[in-house]
Unconditional design. Structure first.
Length: 209
C-alpha cells in the first residue's frame, strides 16, 4: 500500500491517529523510501495530502530523526510557504533533527528566525527549541544564545515561562546575569500569577549557576 493511501485524508479520517500510526511504522522500520515519498508529496495538488505529509514527517522525525535529517532543503523551502500548516510543520520537523545536523540548521538560522518573528505561536515555539538545541553545540553557542535572549525579550507573555524553562539548562555562569535581567524586565508583562511564579523559579535557579 502506498504511503499516500495510509494518510488520514486518504482514509477519510478527520483525526490524526492514522498519520501518527504511519509515522510510528516508518520510524520503526527505518523506511527511507516512505520518507522520500512524503517529501515528494509536500507539493501535492491536494492541500490535505500536503498537510498530512508534513504531519507524518515531523512525527517520524520525533521518533527517528535520522530519517528526516537528509531533507533539510525541502523543509527550508516550506518555511516561507503561504500555507501556515506547512510552515509550522517544517519548523517542527527542523526542531527534531537539529541535534543530528546542527551545521545544516545553523546555515539557515537567519531564515528560521525571520520566519519565527512573523509566524504563529507554534512556529515560534519550535524556533526557540532549535536555538536551545544549537546552544548545546559549543561552536554555535554564542550566536544561538544571543538570538535566544532576543526571543525572550519579545516572547508573548503566555509563552515566556516555557521559553525561560527551556533556556535555563544551557545558560552558563557568565551569561546568567543577562538572562536574569531579561526575565526581570519581562515580569510586569506577565498577567497570570502561576506564570509569574514559574519565571521567578527559573530566576532563583539561574542565580545558583
Amino acid at each position: 500500500m502506498s504511503v499516500l493511501d495510509q494518510l488520514s485524508s486518504s482514509l477519510q479520517r478527520k483525526d490524526e491517529v492514522p498519520n501518527q500510526e504511519l509515522a510510528a511504522r516508518i520510524a520503526a522500520a527505518g523506511d527511507r523510501a516512505a520518507v522520500q515519498e512524503l517529501i515528494d508529496n509536500l507539493q501535492h495538488k491536494n492541500k490535505a495530502i500536503q498537510q498530512d505529509c508534513i504531519k507524518v514527517l515531523y512525527e517520524t522525525g520525533s521518533l527517528n530523526p535520522a530519517l528526516v535529517a537528509p531533507h533539510i532543503a525541502a523543509l527550508e523551502q516550506l518555511l516561507t510557504s503561504k500555507n501556515n500548516r506547512l510552515q509550522w510543520g517544517a519548523m517542527t520537523a527542523l526542531d527534531t533533527v537539529t541535534d543530528l545536523v546542527p551545521d545544516q540548521v545553523y546555515a539557515i538560522l537567519g531564515k528560521i528566525i525571520a520566519v519565527a518573528d512573523r509566524g504563529s505561536v507554534i512556529t515560534k515555539d519550535h524556533a526557540v527549541g532549535i536555538l536551545v538545541r544549537l546552544s548545546t553545540h559549543p561552536e554555535y553557542y554564542d550566536d544561538a544564545l544571543a538570538l535566544l535572549l532576543e526571543q525572550l525579550l519579545k516572547a508573548a507573555p503566555n509563552q515566556l515561562p516555557m521559553y525561560a524553562e527551556q533556556s535555563l539548562p544551557i545558560i552558563r555562569a557568565d551569561h546568567k546575569q543577562a538572562f536574569i535581567d531579561i526575565l526581570h524586565q519581562r515580569l510586569p508583562d506577565v498577567p497570570r500569577e502561576s506564570k509569574i511564579n514559574r519565571i521567578q523559579a527559573v530566576i532563583r535557579k539561574a542565580r545558583q549557576l
